[in-house]
Design a protein around this ligand. Structure first.
Ligand code: MG
Length: 248
């Protein structure tokens, strides 16, 4: 049985919320679901248009195609195709709306498929797996600062406060080929999969996220509690959290 938790908030500084998410149960068995987080960027509220469009197109594409996915390869390729469909929709909207020509968005999607998780990802939103109190990042941030952390030039702590942390190396709607990372993970009863925008991860460390996610006594409130914590620390950006718990 899957339990869910989701919350999004504008934060304490920004004028609008350019994050979007989706959370959709895919069948009647409660074993399959689609979770996604998108963090938009662009002037004239283009970020809001891009992230909402990405979340909705991804959802539509997965709902349409998922009944035909019978192998892990089909799930991964289908998820990638859904992300690319969202990317194409944003490019089309850019052409139709010159004021939004610069819009783009991150997109991190997790398809829960029984005991497997399929992940498709572009940008610096994240997916985590919390298992037995331990937290593991399923995604790599596509950002200049994350490259510097991976090459050992910056610590995680330095990266969180870095002025250039918003420079992305991949996102939907941007110029050039979009990079979509695909991966598969397994999970088990008691585990939590959690997706979030950088408004959470720039304010809350991984071990704190793990602690909150592992407290499943009121699971529906987990996302809200994490968003509140980021707001207590300034709420410098929009904050979004979507999580699923495989209840024992
Ligand atoms: Mg953000």
């Amino acid at each position: 049985m899957l339990r869910f938790s989701a919350w999004t908030d504008v934060g304490r500084v920004r004028a609008g919320n350019q994050d979007a998410y989706c959370l959709h149960l895919l069948d009647g068995t409660s074993r399959r679901a689609l979770l996604a987080v998108a963090d938009g960027m662009g002037g004239h509220s283009g970020g809001e248009v891009a992230s909402t469009l990405a979340a909705r197109r991804l959802e539509e594409a997965v709902l349409r195609a998922a009944p035909g996915w019978s192998t892990p390869g089909a799930c991964l390729e289908g998820l990638r195709a859904a992300v690319l469909e969202a990317h194409a929709a944003i490019k089309q909207a850019q052409a139709a709306m010159p004021a939004h020509a610069d819009m783009g968005t991150t997109l991190t999607a997790v398809l829960v498929w029984g005991e497997l998780l399929y992940v498709a990802h572009s940008g610096d939103s994240r997916a985590y797996l919390v298992s037995g109190g331990r937290i593991r990042r399923l995604t790599d941030d596509h950002s200049v600062v994350a490259e510097l952390v991976r090459s050992g030039h910056l610590t995680e702590e330095e990266a969180r406060g870095h002025p250039q942390r918003h420079f992305l190396t991949s996102a939907l709607g941007v110029h050039g080929p979009v990079r979509v990372d695909l991966l598969e993970a397994s999970w088990q009863p008691g585990d939590v999969v959690l997706l979030c925008s950088d408004g959470l991860t720039n304010a809350v460390a991984d071990d704190e996220i793990a602690r909150h996610a592992a407290d499943t006594s009121d699971f529906a409130a987990v996302a809200r509690r994490l968003v509140d914590l980021a707001n207590q620390r300034g709420g410098h950006d929009n904050i979004t959290v979507v999580a699923a718990w495989w209840e024992r």
